[in-house]
Design a protein around this ligand. Structure first.
Ligand code: HEC
Length: 155
């Protein structure tokens, strides 16, 4: 479907999907037993590669090619290293997915499809040294609720 989508970026479905997602979260999503962390191989190399190309197109003007932030938008934070991992420490991957999907890119928030956002999340995990695995991250909330962001394996 997305291959034939004439509006690859501005997709009204995204808005609906993320808005619904936020409502579900606000109404108290069940606290799933956390089964996995980002160190358990939760994305694939192919997904991170797609995400890297998307990141360069959409994000790097502000967050820079090396993910150190402070590009054309000086307040853009680093998305790699301890600044990033400390900020997201012990949060669910779904939080990062929603933060990017609803607030980024800062000059066009809520304009990306869930698939684009999750591919970029895969790239960010790779850039932070988390290992790839056999299964792609899905652009869906429930499975992302069950993955914990930690700065070290076994944290
Ligand atoms: C026009 C400049 C710009 C672009 C393009 C941009 N960002 Fe940002 N980003 C910012 C700024 C400024 C902040 C800090 C203020 C804020 O959180 O809104 C930020 C914050 C963030 C944060 C932290 C959010 C939080 O809740 O703390 C993440 C993660 C992020 N950006 C990821 C991305 C990704 C991924 C892309 C590409 C899809 C992207 N950004 C594109 C400027 C930008």
């Amino acid at each position: 479907m997305s291959a034939q989508n004439p509006k690859p970026v501005a997709c009204s479905l995204t808005r609906a999907t993320l808005a619904t997602a936020l409502l579900l979260l606000a109404s108290g999503a069940p606290a799933n037993a956390q089964s996995r962390t980002v160190w358990d191989g939760v994305y694939t190399n192919a997904q991170a590669l797609r995400g890297q190309a998307l990141y360069k197109d959409i994000c790097s003007s502000c967050h820079r090619d090396d993910l150190q932030g402070g590009g054309s938008e000086a307040e853009a934070p680093a998305l790699e290293g301890s600044i990033f991992t400390t900020q997201w420490q012990d949060r669910r991957l779904v939080d990062l997915f929603l933060a990017i999907g609803t607030t980024m890119p800062q000059d066009a928030p809520d304009s990306l499809t869930p698939q684009i956002v999750i591919d970029i999340v895969g790239f960010l995990l790779e850039a932070n040294g988390m290992p790839a695995g056999e299964t792609e991250l899905p652009p869906q909330l429930a499975p992302l609720e069950e993955i914990l962001l930690t700065s070290e394996p076994g944290d």
